[in-house]
Ligand binder design. Structure first.
Ligand SMILES: [Zn+2]
Length: 132
């Protein structure tokens, strides 16, 4: 796969996950069009609502460095679950605003892989267009 290197970086980031409660580890890596990479991992909290998912950690890191949706080529999201998992509902909403509709979202658990877009993952989504 063209983006195997991006999945590899996401798996490296997964090792930094802080998941003492779920023991479910997630890593992510955003690739920008100018070749920069921003990693993230899930960071849990005893107050569960304060937990941040791996893909949000990565996309927030990219945005924190000044990158915006038009600068992003792809995002890899990986986990160590038994089945291939997609982003949670909160992350789908966040990614729907912070990625272009056709940005590649690469998923892997080390056994299965899939390539999606936010159009695949969150059809009929609520966006800033609805607020006008
Ligand atoms: Zn999430």
């Amino acid at each position: 796969m063209k983006y195997q290197f991006l999945l590899d970086e996401a798996f490296k980031a997964m090792k930094n996950a802080y998941a003492p409660y779920s023991h479910y580890h997630v890593g992510s890596c955003v690739l920008t069009k100018d070749g920069k990479q921003f990693i993230g991992a899930n960071i849990e909290n005893a107050s569960f609502g304060a937990t941040n998912c791996g893909e949000r950690s990565a996309i927030f890191a990219a945005y924190s460095h000044g990158y915006r949706k038009n600068d992003i080529e792809a995002i890899a999201i990986v986990s160590d679950g038994d089945k291939l998992a997609g982003p949670c509902g909160i992350c789908r909403q966040v990614l729907s605003e912070l990625l272009n509709d056709d940005t590649l979202i690469l998923l892997s658990n080390g056994k299965e892989e899939a390539i999606k877009t936010i159009d695949d993952l969150l059809p009929m989504r609520f966006t800033q267009e609805d607020l006008k």
